[in-house]
Write a protein that binds this ligand. Sequence first.
Ligand code: UVW
Length: 319
Amino acid sequence: MEKVVPTVSELLMNAPRNWGRWGAEDEVGSLNFLTPAEVLRGVQAVSQGKTFTLQVQMGNPKGDPVWPGRNPAQRMNVMDEGHFLCGKGPLFPGGLHYSDDVMFMYLQGSTQYDALGHVWSDGKLYNGYDANTTIGGMAKAGVLPIAERGVVGRGVLIDMARHRGKTSLDPGETFTHLDLLAAAESQGVTIEKHDVLVIRTGWISAFYEKDRVEFYKNFVEPGLTYSPELVEWFHQMEIPNLVTDTIANEVTIDPESGCALPLHVALMSHLGVTFTEIAQLDPLAEDCASDRQWSFLYVAAPLKVVNGSGAPVNPVVIK
Ligand code: UVW
């Protein structure tokens, strides 16, 4: 018999919500947990002065990892020495030449922050805003308030791929908060309340290593999988930001219910957990495995795109 897939609203009927918790006008959700004291807790994790950037390369001529149906960023020169060679470059007093370029891209087409209103169910965005406010641009719960605020706190890296002895998790491979706790224990680190949770699966590196047709064939990413207990854990831990090296931060189809991306609704839309997707975590993970320091200061601010449903970002980690 064919499995009946519940709507995401049915699945999450009794799930916790943070709507109204920070007032009727709030648009940054669980980032409210990152108070000045939390910034200082992050600073306390810095002891070596090592720095890492987490963005993937953007506009790579060989293609960027994007959700199926989105196009990779395209960068084009609109001014360079060629223009000057054929007499089409502007003449400046003093003879200076210059280059200019433009980029056409999905705002979710690189390492990026999703706006809290990026996904919704039952016609309501994060904090109860009407889904009609998305028409023509995100009038509510867009990425701009997150960009204006910035994200600074203590981050902790959980290397699920390493924990499972793999270079990359398999398509559709799932893990839960209990697996995160087991991995943390084996790494000798504790996931603390209000930590920016950074999870490595190795998946984004597989994009660069595999043939593209093979990478996108029967596209099912590995990742966290829905359960009421997992959502409650995020709620109790007051996680402000979930960062992963996958395109959508969770297993594409929840194998239990058959629903696509239920954690987008349960965590992002209901709890206001900000999502950072498509991060490059391999150099950081290598370093953490060698010096055994898995916590750090995490600093990020997406671009200030007015009415955007997301924006590119190059997060910085300082150990
Ligand atoms: C979708 O919107 C499908 O995913 P993402 O959160 O990766 O942008």
